[in-house]
Design a protein around this ligand. Structure first.
Ligand SMILES: [Zn+2]
Length: 206
């Protein structure tokens, strides 16, 4: 199921066509420094607004990309068993606090005559992560893209991560991890298929 929120988040927006406005970020960061009681003109902070602007351009670069392009180049294969890429490292930014969350994504699918290069799945994860995100939507977005572009018979995306907004503020629970999953096709409908793929993801090498 594709939520409205997810659709609008993935459509190339007006923001997607405009370049990142570095000057505007710099101005805003300077304002934040003043607002928290800092002196933005002291030596250590002089370059900070420009540095933050460059950093934001990088960590939000996914806003200007369509991850689906990585799934367009498919190969015709008779292989019809599970394809699973585990432990794809990612770094994203929680859109509620603009603090990082990072961890590992596992992406698996059951091909329907079409397979894609394994590194492409990692590229999709990377680009979807490089936007203001919530982990739940990130999980669904990746699953929907793989299901739609590969016409896969089944898709699973499982993401495990640690959120800075939980460890450095609020309830301050360090070490707490958050797991989300999205199942499509046979992994959603068939309990034994689901158990098989989750077993492959969770039990191997642990
Ligand atoms: Zn947060």
């Amino acid at each position: 199921m594709t939520s409205k929120n997810e659709e609008s988040h993935n459509r190339p927006s007006k923001a997607a066509s405009a370049p990142v406005d570095h000057a505007r970020i710099e101005k805003a960061v300077r304002e934040i420094l003043i607002a928290v009681g800092e002196d933005p003109d002291r030596e250590g902070l002089l370059e900070t607004p420009a540095r933050v602007a460059r950093m934001y351009a990088e960590i939000f670069s996914g806003l200007h990309k369509d991850p689906r392009v990585h799934l367009k180049r498919v190969f015709t294969e008779n292989y019809d068993e599970i394809v699973l890429v585990r432990d794809i490292e990612f770094h994203s930014m929680c859109e509620h606090h603009l603090l990082p969350f990072s961890g590992k994504a596992h992406v698996g699918y059951l091909p329907n005559g079409k397979v894609v290069g394994l590194s492409k799945l990692a590229r999709v994860v990377d680009e979807v992560a490089r936007r203001p995100q919530v982990q739940e939507r990130m999980t669904e977005t990746i699953a929907n893209m793989v299901e739609q572009e590969l016409d896969a018979r089944g898709v699973v995306v499982l993401i495990e991560s640690s959120h800075s907004c939980m460890t450095m503020r609020g309830i301050r629970k360090s070490g707490a991890s958050c797991t989300t999953s999205a199942m499509r096709g046979v992994f959603r409908e068939n309990l034994s298929s689901r158990a098989e793929i989750l077993g492959l993801i969770l039990n191997q090498n642990r």
